[in-house]
Ligand binder design. Structure first.
Ligand SMILES: *Cc1c(COP(=O)(O)O)cnc(C)c1O
Length: 411
């Protein structure tokens, strides 16, 4: 039912009330009720995000000459990311609107590099594990690039399968750190060796891991090499709006060198309004996304991130132990903030439906059917309540009141 634009305006105070009413059916994320979509680092970080966003909300990153402030903030944020991910001297990157944008731009860059530097033409392809994010397929669909998805082995990318699928038209191979479905870090070192041996472009999708793994490692965990310290890694994606706890609309895409980066930039002069140079997919670039990212990163610093990511790991370990105690099986050996667990006797999608009745919202796995959580620092405070409801849900599903399984879709 279409509502026309109101003939007259409404007072902001009244609109605020209306919006709160619209939000009444939304998931109660501030109470820790969702383990997907929102990364809840607590009210202090939320305040910094909001106020920093508002300060530069009207400014436009499309115009670095007009807004040297945003240019400077972007350069500093990119520098922070490259510093955390072992970017070598000369490495370069940009802030993008999100992980999908970062991945799209990495593929575009790899494609243009393949065409211009390696002389490739015709039907090009990218090779990725089954567990890689759909953003690769979306970007490939737009650019008419073939996607070859290879089977996973023990829930991880299989370098041998990727090696077998790659050929002389392959412009990129992919590993995730970690993958979204399983939350596990693919064997990036082996993929890097393959990339070096065959001169392939390895992209590491660290959208959900790039801003947590370095701090979990600093906290003492044995995180394997997954970033630019491996010679075969040419590009990476890392989302600021996930475990960077920045406002939404902010990710980073990185390249090993400025020579590679230059293939991303779109430089255009054939229209009657002068030369326009844009690094990413966007024209207009929201200043607020950049200023909020800059502010949150400076607000937290290494110590703040180590603390928040320590809470994520503590919450994950608690949930993991609790789920195991209830008879669930953890998928692989998670080290970061994603936890996926399955059950041999009950249907996890039925469990998911029951948990939904108690207000919990998470994503799910389909191969195997599994519960899936992206854990936030705030979840440490509600882990016990979650586990109590999980025990209840298990009892319901095992008992005669079992419900029909939900469908695995999010939209
Ligand atoms: C979230 C995610 C993406 C896509 O990021 P968006 O910001 O949602 O576009 C890509 N890869 C992985 C592993 C992710 O977790």
């Amino acid at each position: 039912m279409r509502k026309p634009l109101p003939e007259t305006g409404t007072a902001w105070e009244d609109l605020k009330v209306k919006m709160a009413d619209y939000a009444s059916g939304d998931i109660r994320w501030r109470e820790g009720k969702t383990a997907v979509y929102v990364f809840n680092a607590g009210p202090e970080v939320e305040r910094v995000q909001k106020e920093a966003y508002a300060l530069f909300m009207s400014e436009n990153g499309l115009g670095p000459a007009a807004f040297p402030s945003l240019k400077r903030m972007e350069a500093e944020v990119v520098g922070f990311g490259l510093g955390l991910l072992h970017g070598p001297e000369g490495a370069a990157g940009s802030i993008t609107s999100g992980g999908t944008d970062s991945i799209t731009m990495a593929i575009k860059t790899a494609r243009d590099y393949a065409r211009k530097v390696k002389g490739l033409s015709g039907e090009l392809n990218i090779v990725l594990p089954r567990s890689a994010h759909p953003a690769f397929d979306k970007a490939a669909a737009i650019m008419e690039i073939e996607v070859r998805r290879t089977p996973v082995k023990d829930y991880l990318a299989d370098p041998a399968a990727i090696a077998a699928a790659a050929d002389d038209k392959t412009i990129m191979i992919v590993g995730s750190a970690p993958s979204f479905p399983y939350g596990l870090i693919d064997p990036i070192a082996a993929l890097s060796d393959l990339a070096v041996a065959r001169d392939l472009w390895l992209h590491v999708d660290a959208c959900v891991g790039g801003y947590i793994a370095p701090f979990v490692r600093m906290n003492g965990a044995d995180i394997p090499p997954f970033d630019f310290e491996l010679a075969g890694v040419r590009s990476m994606s890392a989302d600021l709006h996930k475990y960077g706890y920045c406002a939404k609309g902010a990710s980073t895409v990185f390249f090993r060198s400025a020579e590679l980066y230059q293939h991303m930039v779109f430089d255009f002069d054939v229209w009657p309004a002068g030369r326009m140079t844009t690094p990413t997919l966007s024209g207009t670039r929201p200043g607020g996304a950049t200023s909020a990212a800059w502010a949150v990163m400076n607000f937290l610093g290494v110590a703040g991130y180590r603390d928040k990511q320590g809470q994520v790991v503590a919450a994950r370990e608690k949930l993991q132990a609790g789920a195991e105690a209830l008879g669930f099986t953890i998928i692989g050996r998670p080290q970061l903030g994603i936890l996926s667990y399955t059950h041999t006797e009950v249907d996890c999608l039925a469990i998911w439906t029951k948990m939904r009745e108690r207000g919990w919202f998470s994503s799910m796995g389909t191969a195997p059917r599994a519960m899936h959580m992206m854990i936030s620092p705030f979840h440490l405070q509600v882990a016990d309540a979650y586990l109590a409801d999980l025990a209840w849900a298990l009892g319901e599903v095992k008992g005669p009141a079992a419900t029909v399984a939900a469908e695995a879709r999010y939209s």
